[in-house]
Design a binder for this molecule. Sequence first.
Ligand code: BT5
Length: 324
Amino acid sequence: MQSIRKKLIQAFSESNGEFLSGQALAEIAGCSRTAIWKHIEELRKEGFKLEAVRKKGYRIIDTPDSVTENKIRLGLNTKTLGQVIHYEESVPSTQKIAHDLAGSGAVEGTLVIADEQTAGRGRLMREWHSSSGNGIWMSLIMKPHLPPQKAPQFTLITAVAVVQAIEDVTGLQPQIKWPNDILIDGKKVTGILTELQAESDKINSIIIGIGMNVNHSIDHFPDEIRQIATSLSIEKGTRISRSKLVQTVLEKMESLYSLYMKEGFIPIKLLWESYAVSIGKRIRARTINGTIEGTALGITEEGVLKIEDGEGTIHRIYSADIEV
Ligand code: BT5
């Protein structure tokens, strides 16, 4: 069933709004015309508007404002990332589902996405506010053949992919605050959570959680984050297609990941630094071992933040919360 739907969506993606006959669809999907008709009805129930014209066939004329599997697949231009999609309306956390899937043989690029999270989380088990229908709450499973020490670089690769996607889709110009915050005008619009399933010398899976505030108005945020959070729609003043953003994040991520696997971290580092908010500025880094104040010099070739304090000592920061 599922593979027929996949082929159908793929055919509509490639048809660029042209009609596809029932016969052509049946041939592409390898099933009967009755089966095609049933799938078309399912798509209609999901909110897709399909025009049916005698002797011409079907074409999609409108799509729902959703992040369902079908909606993300329609027009997705990737080879591996997002080729398997698990969509749920409401889950405690996409991260938890992705961990379970990764542990039971999920392929690289598997995407878990939900309309709502009831127990979304950030680093150190902090709460991640994930209200229904207006954000992107997703976890991506990656399986690079690399040692576990490389995993933090994936936070930085993802940050670059998210910034590029936001720029492409909205024209806004976000900045990155090391290691995992994407900001617009100093307010957080996206958080990234990179987690690992690994053995001592090799990564089994990296689970990359991405939380993006997209169509929130300020009232959607609870009091405690109203001063520090924003959404793309608040910044842009219009609604933004969540599915288009998901597709673009996956596309950017796929090309940055391939660049990284071919050429290493240096090209990513250069891109990352061009979007970073804190480089050259005085910052305060709160780590589990205490607070360090100084000038942010940049990141190392491993993605570690370097801070020079008042005495000229250079500190290497592996994990911290940064105040700019
Ligand atoms: C993060 O943690 O920024 C990582 C957030 C990752 C969320 C994604 S959503 C999909 C996947 N499934 C999950 O359960 N998680 C991932 P951290 O740097 O620790 O920031 C957490 C802090 O951000 C909180 O303590 C709040 O201050 C603030 N915060 C919470 N919700 C927010 C929101 N929606 N927008 C902006 N800031 C928020």
